[in-house]
Design a protein around this ligand. Structure first.
Ligand code: UDP
Length: 236
């Protein structure tokens, strides 16, 4: 099977793991997501995974309710590690080899993130789950995804969402919103399309890393994208 992208970084938001519950983990959703990830490994592509934590804790929200932002952000980073362990457990039950690597040291349960080791794991066919965001407060897991994608030399960032891709406006609020199959970095900024937060987006733009935004609820979507099919929106 020929692959357009041999190494990719998948960004899964915490929200995606919560399904309709809106909070915590919906294991039916985790089952589906891990099936998708398993299919990626079967295609032969190498996959790094950055997982969000918004289903458990968002630093900015907790700080609005009275917590210090920095503490709240560390809680958010810990939340991403909780999600990573859940994905690892279910993936390994399905026979997918994985390693969790954390940006905040937590050796009792995962390896510390070391770039060269992460690359080695990928070369050996393991799915590397990169948890703990960037390890720094005031950042997001979108930024972590771009940073890690650049570090591991992923050819594309796959941004999983619950909509089909990027629209000219929010399709839930504006009935005239149109779907955009291809967008340049500049268009996304000028039109305020909100593909990722601005830090993460700038890092992609400056390093010409393409972002593929797609609907994770479409079975087989990740593998089809890796083979070069046009699904969702490509920002490049
Ligand atoms: N976070 C952080 N630094 C990082 C990544 C994440 O401080 O490098 C914190 C931040 O508080 C954020 C929370 O972790 O709100 C969860 O991550 P995010 O909101 O990006 O998750 P997602 O929205 O993708 O589920």
């Amino acid at each position: 099977m020929t692959l357009k992208y041999r190494r990719a970084l998948l960004k899964l938001s915490g929200e995606a793991l919560a399904g309709d519950r809106g909070f915590g983990l919906d294991f039916n959703v985790v089952e589906r997501m891990t099936d998708e990830i398993k299919a990626v490994r079967q295609s032969g592509a190498e996959l790094g995974l950055v997982i969000g934590g918004g289903n458990i804790m968002r630093g900015s929200q907790a700080s609005q309710q009275g917590m210090a932002r920095v503490s709240a952000d560390y809680m958010g980073m810990l939340a991403t590690i909780i999600n990573a362990l859940a994905l690892q457990d279910i993936l390994e039950k399905k026979g997918v080899d994985t390693r969790v690597m954390t940006a905040i040291r937590m050796e009792a349960l995962a390896e510390p993130y070391i770039r060269r080791r992460a690359v080695r794991h990928l070369e050996k066919g393991r799915v590397v789950i990169l948890a703990g965001g960037t390890g720094n407060p005031y950042f997001s897991t979108d930024t972590a995804a771009v940073l890690r994608a650049l570090e591991i030399e992923a050819q594309v960032i796959l941004k999983a969402t619950n909509v089909d891709g990027v629209y000219s406006a929010d399709p839930k609020k504006d009935p005239t919103a149109t779907f955009l199959a291809e967008v340049s970095y500049q268009e996304a900024i000028v039109q305020g399309l909100g593909v990722m937060d601005s830090n993460a987006f700038a890092l992609c733009k400056d390093n010409k890393l393409p972002i593929q935004v797609f609907n994770i609820n479409q079975p087989g979507a990740i593998v089809r994208i890796l083979r070069g099919e046009r699904i969702g929106t490509i920002v490049q």
